[in-house]
Design a protein around this ligand. Structure first.
Ligand code: SF4
Length: 80
């Protein structure tokens, strides 16, 4: 099982740091635009900075980020 993780709409990120502080395995701040993004190793080829997929072992981590995002732009969905 994998989980699709998105930061959408990414431009609404207020760079509060909750996601990457609580789940640094998956999230980080992009040094160029200062907004949160999915770390490259969890982004499928060609995906935008706000799209990723993670294994079961990271579900708790991404769910925590989803719960703690103050502008509710972190989304987690179970995939096939
Ligand atoms: S928790 Fe939300 S607002 Fe805060 S840095 Fe992450 S995506 Fe941006």
């Amino acid at each position: 099982m994998t989980y699709r993780v998105t930061i959408d709409p990414r431009e609404n990120c207020i760079a509060c740091c909750n996601c990457h502080t609580n789940c640094p395995e998956v999230f980080e701040l992009n040094p160029d635009d200062g907004l949160a993004q999915i770390r490259a190793e969890h982004r499928p080829d060609g995906a935008s900075p706000g799209e990723g997929a993670v294994p079961d072992s990271l579900e708790e981590c991404v769910r925590l980020a989803e719960d703690l995002c103050p502008v509710t732009i972190v989304h987690v969905e179970k995939q096939g």
